[in-house]
Design a protein around this ligand. Structure first.
Ligand code: NAD
Ligand code: DAU
Length: 361
């Protein structure tokens, strides 16, 4: 079944955030319909979806995934053929400062969605019940940290979450697994590496460095800058989710990655080099690089073995890190109004709170 070619909507949670809004835009452009439930926290931005204003194939509802009655009524009213679950508190540094919100949304919220999706799915007629899917979007951080020469994470790597964020996502993954095994809910889970691209809230490394560099502010690199992440362009993550939704085997998990491991310092230098070319300043942007106090419990390295999704479902990334980073820098340069809209008091408060305590490493 090609769910984006039918009139049956999908229920997307967190579709006003970074990856969720990229997914919804891609989905509706492809002809699909989406009901989008988003609490519009600091990370949720309805302006990400401006292109869909007035489009009858998209409905944005401001609400909480922990609100069982709301979720129940949306399922009953809109009769979706799938739930695609992005909604989460997603920033590791915030989870260190205030973990409670992460437990509430990522664990309690996922549990609420599973309970409501189960009841809805059980009451469907046979053919719609067979077609229904619950796709849970998760992270590679559940696997913990790798040493430099360790093999990349596979789907059977034991869980070893190290931050409150990663622990809350691991808990949600286990709940999804349990709902498949115990109740037969047709669930799928994806565990993806670091995303980057248009519409990312500038608390995360890549957009934060782009915006600080444009303002001539210090570029804060945690610790020695040698922590490694695998980077995937957001559009490729969205296409992988669509592939798993349509062709994934029920109850399975799929790792998604970009085959692009980079040290943080290499990422920051690459952004500086692009800005030197696209928006030259009086001095080289690299001169703004400042090593600051490390993140507590900072995972050293993540790496994804994405062989399962490649060999079983034929998905692989289409955008190289160099192409994707250039597109991303160009997007932030071309979308200054979006950036200004994001730089609210709450955003400035977070930047002050997170970075003032890191000064003078
Ligand atoms: P984000 O922080 O940009 O967006 C999260 C969205 O969820 C926001 O729109 C927010 O308003 C919404 N939300 C938060 N709490 C909610 C609640 N209680 N009810 C309804 N909506 C709520 O996050 P993102 O980077 O787009 O990540 C999306 C998902 O993908 C998350 O589940 C995250 O764990 C996962 N993921 C992210 C990455 C990454 O690199 N960003 C990588 C792998 C997996
Ligand atoms: O791996 C997938 C995960 O990637 C997702 O599950 C998370 O939702 C997403 O936020 C991301 O987590 P990270 O912690 O890896 O992303 P972040 O952009 O916060 O940091 C990337 C690396 O850069 C990390 O090693 C910490 C470092 N860093 C980050 C910031 C914000 C800095 O050196 N300086 C910074 O100012």
């Amino acid at each position: 079944m090609n769910r984006s070619a039918t009139n049956e909507p999908v229920l997307v949670t967190g579709g006003a955030g970074f990856i969720g809004s990229n997914f919804v835009l891609q989905w509706v452009r492809a002809g699909g319909a989406a009901i989008n439930l988003d609490l519009e926290t600091y990370a949720g931005n309805p302006a990400n979806l401006n292109e869909l204003n007035g489009n009858p194939r998209h409905l944005l509802i401001r609400g909480d995934i922990c609100d069982a009655m709301l979720v129940r009524s949306l399922l009953a009213q809109h009769q979706p053929c799938a739930v695609i679950h992005f909604a989460a508190e997603s920033h590791v540094d915030r989870s260190i400062v205030s973990p409670g919100e992460f437990i509430r949304t990522n664990v309690q919220g996922t549990f609420t969605l599973l309970e409501e999706a189960k009841a809805y799915w059980q009451a469907l007629g046979e053919s719609r019940r067979d077609q229904f899917r619950f796709l849970h979007v998760s992270t590679d951080e559940v696997y913990g940290s790798l040493a430099p020469d360790d093999p990349a994470f596979t789907e059977t790597t034991p869980y070893a979450p190290n931050s409150p964020y990663a622990a809350s996502k691991a808990a949600s993954d286990h709940l999804v697994r349990a709902y498949f095994h115990t109740y037969g809910l047709p669930a799928l889970t994806t565990n993806c590496s670091n995303n980057y691209g248009p519409l990312q809230f500038p608390e995360k490394l890549i957009p934060l460095v782009i915006l600080h560099a444009l303002e001539g502010k210090p570029l804060p690199v945690y610790g020695d800058g040698a922590n490694v992440r695998d980077w995937l362009f957001v559009g490729d993550h969205c296409s992988a989710i669509r592939t798993v939704l349509e062709h994934g085997r029920l109850g399975e998990t799929y790792n998604i990655g970009g085959n692009s491991e980079r040290k943080n310092i290499e990422v920051v230098r690459a952004i500086c080099a692009l800005l030197d070319e696209l928006q030259p300043a009086a001095s080289k942007h690299e001169e703004l690089i400042t090593f600051v106090k490390d993140r507590p419990g900072h995972d050293r390295r993540y790496a994804i073995n994405a062989e399962k999704i490649r060999s079983e479902l034929g998905w692989q990334p289409s955008v190289s890190f160099e192409q994707g980073l250039r597109q991303t820098v160009e997007w932030y340069l071309a979308n200054q109004a979006w950036v200004e809209n994001i730089r609210t008091g709450a955003y400035r408060e977070w930047i002050q709170r997170n970075y003032e305590k890191r000064e003078g490493k």
